[in-house]
Design a protein around this ligand. Structure first.
Ligand code: ATP
Ligand code: MG
Length: 255
């Protein structure tokens, strides 16, 4: 079945499209097999969250937009899952906040990095970083720590969707302001983030873009107010409470 053959009125349409994109990503050599496992973990948490953007995640998306608009050198890190699931959405976000895109892979191969860069260009990206590999994230072994010197290494704000916990901690130790998108509020990466967005990447990325467009005329003081009033602990707690407190019946009602 191709993506266009999935019936839009299917009750699990979004989930089926997502699976299809990840599977196609593996077939095209842009997503790793590990990425399939990560997707399965994410889906389980999305189910528990009711497959919707909870209010605290929307607040986080707005804080992320404000943080990105205030940044001097924002970079959006793109791995194989991000490239397969939301290439156009990620390119749109980069445009809305004037951020660079950098391919950054946990299981790095030059071949896969090139394919991802091409895939992003096919979806409208003009420049894609991450192929130079002339910088590093200190504290990680070489393969995991390679970045571009004028990309993630020099960035003040990094968006790291679906990032591994160790790398999120190492970026934090470099003093980066980190925006993490992850469906699991217990995972180390969102717990390390300055702005954890506990939401599905497919909903979160366009939502940050929408907030950025809405905030396009805000003053720096207004943006700073939005960013500083966001509380990451509260956001993680709200997501955890939603997961622990929900019943499957109320989740059905929410749709
Ligand atoms: P760690 O605690 O070291 O961060 P982890 O459990 O997060 O470990 P990984 O498999 O490296 O392990 O991370 C995958 C993460 O990506 C999971 O937390 C999962 O919830 C998240 N994830 C997968 N798909 C999506 C998606 N579509 N949107 C948002 N998050 C996702
Ligand atoms: Mg994680």
């Amino acid at each position: 079945m191709t993506e266009t053959e999935i019936p839009e009125d299917h009750p699990r349409y979004a989930s089926l499209v997502t699976r299809h994109r990840i599977e196609a990503g593996v077939e095209q050599g842009i997503t790793s097999k590990q990425g399939l496992i990560a997707q399965g973990r994410g889906e389980a948490f999305d189910y528990l969250l009711g497959e919707r953007t909870i209010p605290s995640a929307d607040d986080a998306a707005r804080a992320a937009a404000a943080t990105l608009l205030l940044a001097d050198r924002p970079v959006i890190s793109v791995n194989g899952n991000v490239a397969a699931l939301a290439p156009s959405e990620t390119v749109d976000l980069a445009g809305a906040v004037d951020a660079d895109l950098e391919v950054n892979l946990f299981n790095h191969t030059d071949e896969r990095a090139r394919r991802i860069a091409d895939h992003l260009r096919d979806h409208g990206a003009s420049e894609v970083k991450g192929l130079a590999g002339d910088g590093e994230i200190p504290g990680l072994d070489h393969a995991r720590g390679v970045v571009d010197a004028d990309g993630i290494e020099a960035a003040d704000v990094v968006v790291v969707p679906l990032e591994d916990g160790d790398r999120a901690a190492a970026l934090d130790a470099m003093g980066k302001t980190e925006i993490v998108v992850d469906l699991n509020p217990g995972s180390r990466s969102p717990r390390t983030a300055d702005v954890p967005i506990i939401d599905n990447l497919l909903r979160a990325v366009p939502n940050v873009t929408a907030h950025a467009r809405d905030l396009a005329d805000a003053t720096p003081a207004e943006l700073a107010g939005i960013a500083s009033s966001f509380d990451s602990e509260n956001a993680l707690d709200a997501a955890e409470e939603t997961i622990r407190g929900g019943s499957f019946e109320s989740r059905d009602d929410a749709e």
